[in-house]
Design a binder for this molecule. Structure first.
Ligand SMILES: C[S@@+](CC[C@H](N)C(=O)[O-])C[C@H]1O[C@@H](n2cnc3c(N)ncnc32)[C@H](O)[C@@H]1O
Length: 207
């Protein structure tokens, strides 16, 4: 089996995935926002943005985006993308999400990144996600389940289905898919995936 992703050289991952389409969870959330009225450009924070496959889609749809990633290579790759829309409203931040602060936002998107948070820091990160979302704001992303083959790796957090449901107590769940699948990672490593794909809307009355 593979070493923990957080200890890997991410450059090859970024090269391999930067041209891939945006994640389905992000597209679901953006489509929900598109169906709601907005007075001004919406603002998203992408935690663990990588080389920006999701960021590009948000910018393309006129969002303002703060992209946070622990790897300087990710933010460099994002800034160097040839498909950045003209006048993109993008700020990149090199930081671990355990240490980062970000302003109030409409969307926290975190695709395949939050499980790379150490269990000791996860609760605080999740609280920051919740408190940064405006009422009616959304979380979109993935959490890993207890049958994922990376369970036990240092510095990673896994959840049971009940754990995920508890995390989402302050949200209306709009999209919830529990996936178990044997396939390969973008680096070509065999892996059993146990993934919760989530889009959830913060209760509108949680001001
Ligand atoms: C599997 S990649 C996913 C990238 C992108 N979101 C996507 O969907 O392709 C995980 C990303 O999270 C970043 N990352 C991992 N642990 C992190 C942490 N604790 N804080 C911030 N970023 C982190 C990695 O550098 C990497 O770019």
């Amino acid at each position: 089996m593979s070493a923990p992703p957080k200890d890997r050289d991410w450059a090859a991952y970024y090269t391999k995935t930067s041209g891939r389409p945006p994640r389905e969870t992000l597209m679901f959330a953006l489509d929900r926002f598109d169906a709601e009225p907005a007075d001004a450009a919406r603002f998203a924070v992408d935690l663990g943005a990588g080389a920006g496959r999701d960021v590009i889609e948000m910018l393309r749809r006129g969002w303002r985006v703060l992209a946070i990633d622990a790897e300087p290579d990710a933010i460099d790759a994002l800034d160097a993308r040839p498909d950045l829309p003209p006048a993109a409203n993008l700020v990149g931040m090199v930081a671990r999400f355990e240490d980062a602060d970000w302003p109030e936002c409409d969307l926290v998107n975190s695709s395949f990144a939050l499980p790379l948070c150490d269990p000791t820091g996860f609760t605080a990160v999740w609280r920051r996600i919740e408190s940064s979302l405006r009422p009616g704001g959304r979380f979109a992303g993935q959490l890993y389940g207890e049958r994922d083959s990376w369970v036990g790796r240092d510095g990673m957090t896994f959840h049971t289905r009940a754990d995920v449901e508890a995390l989402l107590a302050g949200f209306d769940i709009e999209h919830f898919v529990e996936e178990e699948d044997d396939s390969t990672t973008p680096r070509g490593e065999a892996k059993h995936w146990h993934v919760f794909h989530v889009v959830a809307r913060r209760h509108a009355d949680d001001a």
